[in-house]
Design a protein around this ligand. Structure first.
Ligand SMILES: Cc1cc2nc3c(=O)[nH]c(=O)nc-3n(C[C@H](O)[C@H](O)[C@H](O)COP(=O)(O)OP(=O)(O)OC[C@H]3O[C@@H](n4cnc5c(N)ncnc54)[C@H](O)[C@@H]3O)c2cc1C
Length: 381
């Protein structure tokens, strides 16, 4: 599987790298420190048309996961939160693209692609994160649709979203076949956005509890056939895991950029610390980890673009997510070490990279869950 960037992907890389350097980097520290939603960054991405990237050509996109990864990587190199704006928009897009009816696609996708609509995606509940089958939010059949009752946590973007794609149980059993996704629009009676999480990382994009108090949702708002929609959507989202890996590659590259500059300007025992072999080998190991992670992420994204599906794609996507996010954590940890006390100080950028790196090992399926997927596929006949 080849995965060299084509001309179009190089053009996207050059554009986003320049914009990240000139307009995003200077905002990163303030977004993290204040934990205020970066509306200016959202508007910038919207003006540049970046939300369209993974959408098919009919929505103005490149239809390429690799192109989307390249943009996420370049933004994540300078500002985790700005890169997150893209991903938070693309998860509900992926869900509707995979499981939505033609009517749902026409209604939501063009405005998601342009950035005129914002959305959120919600599965996690207080008692069930990794163990999705145990969610308790219920969608009970009624005339013309469903009534949804229950509560969710960690719904990122909920307070800004025009609609939420939410998982609820239509059956009684603790298995994913009993779960369906529903599109619930903001303002629907009984749908309430609750408390905002106080987070150590990913601070600029809010995550909230949300509540459903007997919320009526018409049948046409369900994604996919009852009992099958969950599987269809989750298979599609598993395939988009390289995006999380791309965010990790960008984060790690950014941490290395800062660290290489720092060590050149710092002296100890009468010489630059950049001249100590112990320091240089740490930098080399960081670069090795990043390049290996980038190769895996590009390969997984290129596999998706080449139409590879099923277990083969799920395995390489899980490997890429797991390796890249573990690498980002290691690189960020070493970066803080090489900064010394400055690595702990909020006057320097590097502890932000460290805090954000930890989030990546947990979201979109923890790295233990990725290892479970990889091992399960290894053992399958
Ligand atoms: C910043 C942020 C944003 C988020 N945004 C969203 C969002 O928009 N929508 C949404 O639905 N959710 C969101 N989440 C929630 C996220 O998806 C969950 O936190 C994640 O799936 C893990 O679930 P949990 O926190 O309940 O951990 P648990 O599932 O309780 O796991 C706790 C620990 O046990 C380990 N573990 C669990 N099961 C196994 C197993 N079988 N084998 C080995 N180890 C296991 C886990 O890996 C973890 O280390 C977000 C989380 C964060 C931090």
């Amino acid at each position: 599987m080849g995965y060299a960037l084509n001309e179009d992907q190089r053009r996207i890389q050059d554009l986003v790298r320049r914009v990240a350097h000139e307009r995003v980097a200077s905002r990163a520290a303030a977004i993290d420190a204040t934990a205020e939603y970066p509306q200016d960054m959202f508007d910038l991405l919207k003006d540049l048309g970046l939300f369209t990237l993974p959408f098919p050509a009919e929505y103005g996109g490149s239809g390429s996961l690799l192109s989307a990864c390249v943009a996420v990587e370049e933004l994540g190199r300078v500002c985790y939160n700005t890169a997150y704006l893209l991903i938070v928009q693309w998860t509900p897009f992926g869900a509707i693209m995979a499981g939505g009816s033609e009517e749902q696609k026409r209604r939501y996708l063009p405005d998601l692609a342009s950035g005129d609509l914002r959305a959120a995606f919600s599965i996690t509940e207080p008692q069930s994160g990794s163990d999705v089958a145990r969610i308790q939010t219920r969608a009970s059949r009624c005339e013309d649709g469903y009534r949804i009752s229950g509560g969710k946590i960690w719904c990122t973007n909920a307070s800004l979203a025009d609609f939420v794609v939410v998982a609820a149980k239509t059956g009684d059993q603790d298995r994913t076949g009993s779960i369906n996704f529903f599109i619930v629009e903001r303002g629907t009676p009984g749908f309430i956005v609750g408390r905002k999480e106080e987070k150590m990382g990913a601070r600029g994009i809010p995550s909230h509890a949300i509540f459903f108090d007997d919320v009526f949702v018409p049948e046409k708002q369900r994604l996919g056939p009852e009992g099958q929609g969950f599987k269809i959507v989750m298979q599609a989202l598993n395939a988009s895991r390289p995006l999380i890996g791309a965010r990790a590659v960008g984060l790690a590259q950014g941490a290395l950029d800062h660290t290489a500059a720092f060590v050149k300007g710092r002296s100890a025992f009468g010489q630059s610390i950049a001249d100590y072999q112990g320091v240089r080998w740490m930098l080399a190991d960081m670069a090795i980890q990043i390049e290996a992670a980038r190769g895996l992420v590009y390969r997984a994204a290129a596999s998706a673009d080449a139409g590879i599906t099923g277990k083969e794609l799920a395995t390489i996507a899980a490997i890429a997510k797991c390796f890249a996010t573990d690498a980002a954590m290691q690189v960020a940890t070493d970066a803080v070490q090489l900064f010394g006390a400055s690595g702990i100080s909020n006057d320097f950028p590097i502890n932000r990279y460290f805090r954000d790196a930890k989030v990546l090992q947990i979201v979109e399926g923890t790295n233990q869950i990725q290892r479970n997927i990889i091992a399960r596929n290894l053992m399958a006949d």
